[in-house]
Design a protein around this ligand. Structure first.
Ligand code: ZN
Length: 299
């Protein structure tokens, strides 16, 4: 009798083990990174982004590479129905109209969208795209692109539709501290309220429709580094339809993508955009206020 029960228990345990392991493969967040054109070295950065996501253990990552500048965009179509998350490492020629439409439908229907660094330079004249990123820069952006959003000295969000000027600017790179502005947001929860980012560009004077923007993180753009003397938003979220959009402006090139704060924030932004939750924990090597920390991702 006891032996029969034991056998039965063992059988249940085996079944559970099997179903858990097969479910975890199915449950991975299906991700596509779009690259192929960028005023940055996308061929260098995409492998870092793939590695960062795969190291988290919960993403399955494809890369969709568009034709080069001036190429035939009519043949570049991503089947968004295969994915939970789109990562934008692209700025350049406008996609074809079907691809535009399919992307909007993907996000409206609840897909996750993560714009990485200069992904928010793309498509200055595409209203839906600018709604999703909330704020963008360069490619001719100015006061006609929307207000300039920053945080004042008390941490209040200012949406300045009066001041004219460029959309998008940065001074020389420096290792600035990042301030958490939404400590209860799943992406930011558990992080130190201020931590040191690596030497990187600090995007400032970003402009856009700025509708329903939640500012998760800012950095103070010091005048000594050609900064605006204001708290500039560097990670924001925007709802669009049923979709969650995250605009993460950090990470100019490969060396910045080895800083631990970038790695952890990128993984968390990606998970939240896709699922609305964050399970990725804050690691021991996450930086404090004084020094950035690094992980070697490639030999
Ligand atoms: Zn850059």
């Amino acid at each position: 009798m006891t032996r029969t029960i034991l056998k039965y228990v063992a059988l249940i345990a085996l079944t559970l083990l099997f179903s858990v392991s097969s479910a975890s493969a199915q449950d991975k967040i299906r991700t596509v990174i779009i690259d192929g054109q960028n005023n940055h070295n996308w061929a260098e950065t995409t492998p870092y982004l793939v590695k960062i996501l795969e190291d988290a253990g919960i993403f399955e990552v494809d890369v969709a590479t568009a034709p080069g500048k001036g190429g035939d965009m009519s043949k570049f179509n991503v089947d968004f129905s295969k994915y939970d998350l789109v990562v934008m490492n692209y700025n350049g020629d406008r996609w074809n109209p079907e691809m535009d439409k399919a992307f909007v439908k993907f996000v409206v229907d609840g897909g996750g969208f993560l714009s990485y660094h200069a992904g928010n330079n793309a498509f200055a004249n595409w209203p839906a795209y600018n709604e999703m990123i909330g704020l963008g820069g360069w490619e001719g952006r100015n006061e006609d692109s929307g207000p300039y959003l920053y945080l004042d000295a008390d941490g209040n969000t200012v949406i300045d539709a009066v001041e004219p000027g460029v959309g998008g600017d940065h001074g020389p790179q420096w290792a600035y501290p990042i301030d958490v502005r939404a400590p209860e947001h799943p992406i930011m929860k558990g992080l130190p309220l201020r931590f040191r980012h690596c030497e990187d560009e600090l995007y400032q004077r970003q402009r856009g429709p700025a509708h329903n923007v939640t500012v998760l993180a800012t950095a103070f753009a010091v005048p000594e580094k050609r900064g605006t003397n204001r708290n500039e938003p560097l990670i924001i979220t925007v709802p669009y339809g049923k979709g969650r959009c995250v605009n993460n402006m950090l990470g100019h090139a490969g060396k910045q993508l080895e800083s631990v704060d970038f790695i952890v924030l990128f993984q968390r932004c990606a998970e939240w955009a896709a699922t609305g939750k964050v399970t990725i924990e804050v690691p021991e090597d996450f930086p404090g206020e004084d020094e950035p920390t690094f992980r070697k991702l490639f030999d």
